[in-house]
Design a protein around this ligand. Structure first.
Ligand SMILES: [Zn+2]
Length: 291
């Protein structure tokens, strides 16, 4: 899931080759939360390649995957790896296994979400290494957008498959369900420790300067936090009022998404003891002030 608006209208090719070991097949699921659709990656250099993420499970995707494998020298799939349990990442597992056989599916388990795949999960976690000819992926647990989220360092390129943590365009949504902005910021710092060159995101185009993008993402959130603290200091108390001030330059259609983003900031600040809330446990309904 990504921030809508800015990602609308961006088109990417259905099949593209981003490096000698990375081809991308677009999930055929464009939309408000997926931009041009989910990037699924065919990774490796040999006859057998692994598939990282599977799109949403739309019938139009399988022929695109077929073309990506053909572009990769008539490669076969060796196994499936999934970044996290959102439907536009694991929704394709079932139809891909129906088409290509009972491939192993590796991810960090999230039982409530994993059930739709209809197969056993090969449980992996931070530090796990998955190899295919020409490519070594090392898992980095990066919660915040989703609690089970793994990013993968592609060791041969010092690149990172970032899933939904960093996007090729726009910013990541921190969902009210399962999202956590504090954890998310920590995850971005953790990804910086890998000093990535390129980032291969789950939505949008290749990011050439991974370190600059991570810095930009962290700075963007810290700037929002400063704006929220300043508005509270000025006596604004409720989320809609904060949104009206901070997002004054944005179309009103975006204000609902903005409200959930402001709420995720307030929950983080509450946990840090920097703000307090009264009247409601729901951040969108509560009255907020600085502590
Ligand atoms: Zn997601």
């Amino acid at each position: 899931m990504a921030q809508p608006a800015v990602m609308l209208g961006l088109r990417l090719p259905d099949v593209d080759v981003w490096s000698e070991r990375v081809a991308v097949a677009l999930g055929q699921n464009p939309g408000a939360f997926t931009g041009p659709g989910t990037n699924t990656y065919v990774v490796g250099t040999g006859r057998e390649r692994l598939l990282l993420d599977t799109g949403q499970g739309l019938p139009a995707y399988l022929p695109v995957l077929e073309r990506a494998l053909a572009a990769a020298g008539d490669a076969r799939l060796s196994e499936i790896v999934v970044t996290h349990g959102h439907g536009d990442h694991l929704g394709g597992v079932r139809s891909i296994r129906e088409r290509y056989g009972p491939l192993r599916v590796s991810k960090r388990p999230w039982p409530a979400m994993d059930a739709v795949m209809g197969c056993e999960v090969n449980a992996i976690d931070d530090g796990a290494v998955i190899e295919v000819e020409g490519a070594t992926l090392r898992a980095v647990h990066a919660p915040g957008h989703a609690e089970d989220h793994l990013c993968f360092v592609l060791e041969q390129e010092r690149a990172i498959f970032s899933g939904d943590n960093v996007l090729g365009i726009g910013t990541t949504v921190i969902p009210a369900q399962g999202g956590d902005l504090g954890l998310y910021l920590r995850s971005l710092e953790r990804l910086r420790e890998e000093r990535p060159i390129a980032i291969y995101p789950a939505h949008g185009p290749r990011i050439a300067d991974g370190m600059a993008k991570l810095r930009e993402y962290i700075d963007h959130r810290l700037e929002r936090e400063r704006e929220i603290l300043a508005a509270l200091a000025d006596g604004l108390e409720r989320v809609p009022a904060l949104v009206r001030r901070i997002y004054a330059a944005y179309p009103e259609a975006l204000h609902a998404a903005a409200a959930s983003s402001v709420a995720s900031h307030l929950k983080k600040l509450l946990r840090e003891g920097r703000v307090e809330s009264t009247e409601s446990a729901d951040p969108l309904e509560a009255r907020w002030r600085l502590r």
